[in-house]
Design a protein around this ligand. Structure first.
Ligand SMILES: [Zn+2]
Length: 274
C-alpha cells in the first residue's frame, strides 16, 4: 500500500470484510449447484484463483466505501493509466482502478490487478503527476507480484485452499479478512518505489510527484492529523529523499499528463460524484 490504513478503521474494515464474506460464502453453499454462480466456481474447485478472490475482496471494499463513478472520473482515470502504460510493458486494460469515497489518505492494491484509490488521497494531490506517482507505486506492487507473495508468505493461500477443500466457509472468511491487514515488507515498498519511478520515467511523466506527495504526507503527520501514519512509516523521509535524489539533474523534457484546468475540473467532478 502507499501508506497504512488507520488502525481503528482497519478493525472496522476487517470486521465488515469478514461479515461480507461470511454472507457471500453462505450464499455460495446455498447456490453452489447453480452453474451461473461463476464467482465461486473456482473456489469450489479447492484452488486459489486470484481473479475470483480479487472480486470477493472488492465486494468487501465497496461495502466499506462507495465507488465513485462518472464519465468524467472514468475518463481521467483511464487517461492516467493509459499514459502510464506508454513505454511500459503492461497494457492499461490489465488494471482495474477504483476511486472510492473515503476521506482517509490511502491507496492499495488487491489480487486480480485491482487498485483502490481513496478520494481523500486524490484531494491531497495538487497535480496529476502526484496521483500518477501513487498509481505507478501500486501497479509496481502488482507487477512484481508482491500481493500474491505476501499472501503466500502469510499462509493465506494455503488456508483458503484447505478451507475450500473442506467446505469451511467461516475459515475462508477469516482468511480473506486477513488480506486487508497485510503489510508489505520494507524491501517490497522500496522496490515498488523504484519500479514505479521507472514506470513514470518510461512514460515520460515527471516523477517528482512521488516525492512531493511523500513530503505532504509527512507535513500532515507532523501537524498531528495522522499520527498513526508516522508510527507505521518511519521510512517516509528516506523514501522521499531517495526519489528526490533520483530526480536531481533530470532534464525537464517531460510531457505534462493534462492541463491544470483539466485537473481542477476532475477534482470538482469528484466532489460532485459524492
Ligand atoms: Zn506500497
Amino acid at each position: 500500500m502507499f501508506w497504512s490504513v488507520k488502525k481503528a478503521n482497519m478493525k472496522t474494515f476487517l470486521l465488515r470484510f469478514g461479515i461480507t464474506l461470511a454472507v457471500l460464502i453462505g450464499l455460495w453453499f446455498v447456490f453452489s449447484r447453480i452453474p451461473a454462480k461463476e464467482t465461486f466456481h473456482s473456489l469450489a474447485q479447492g484452488k486459489f484463483d486470484e481473479e475470483k478472490f480479487g472480486e470477493l475482496a472488492m465486494d468487501a471494499v465497496f461495502m466499506e466505501s462507495k465507488e465513485l463513478k462518472s464519465d468524467s472520473i472514468d475518463f481521467v482515470m483511464n487517461k492516467l493509466v493509459n499514459r502510464l502504460s506508454e513505454g511500459n510493458l503492461f497494457p492499461a486494460s490489465k488494471f482495474h482502478i477504483h476511486v472510492v469515497n473515503n476521506n482517509e489518505v490511502n491507496a492499495f492494491a488487491l489480487p486480480g490487478n485491482h487498485v483502490v484509490v481513496h478520494s481523500g488521497l486524490i484531494y491531497m494531490c495538487d497535480n496529476p503527476e502526484e496521483l500518477l506517482g501513487v498509481l505507478a507505486h501500486e501497479i509496481a506492487h502488482l507487477e512484481k507480484r508482491h500481493v500474491y507473495e505476501r499472501m503466500k508468505t502469510e499462509g493465506i493461500i494455503t488456508l483458503i485452499e484447505g478451507a475450500v477443500a473442506q467446505g469451511g466457509g467461516a475459515t475462508i472468511a477469516t482468511a480473506v479478512g486477513e488480506l486487508a491487514g497485510l503489510a508489505f515488507s520494507r524491501d517490497q515498498e522500496s522496490e515498488a518505489d523504484e519500479v514505479g519511478f521507472n514506470f513514470l520515467m518510461n512514460a515520460n511523466v515527471r516523477p517528482n510527484g512521488m516525492a512531493t506527495l511523500f513530503r505532504k504526507m509527512k507535513e500532515e503527520t507532523l501537524a498531528g492529523y495522522t499520527p498513526e501514519f508516522m508510527s507505521t512509516h518511519p521510512e517516509l523521509e528516506s523514501r522521499a529523499l531517495n526519489i528526490e535524489s533520483k530526480c536531481a539533474g533530470l532534464p525537464n523534457t517531460f510531457v505534462p499528463v493534462m492541463s491544470a484546468e483539466e485537473w481542477e475540473n476532475f477534482q470538482i467532478n469528484l466532489r460532485l460524484a459524492l
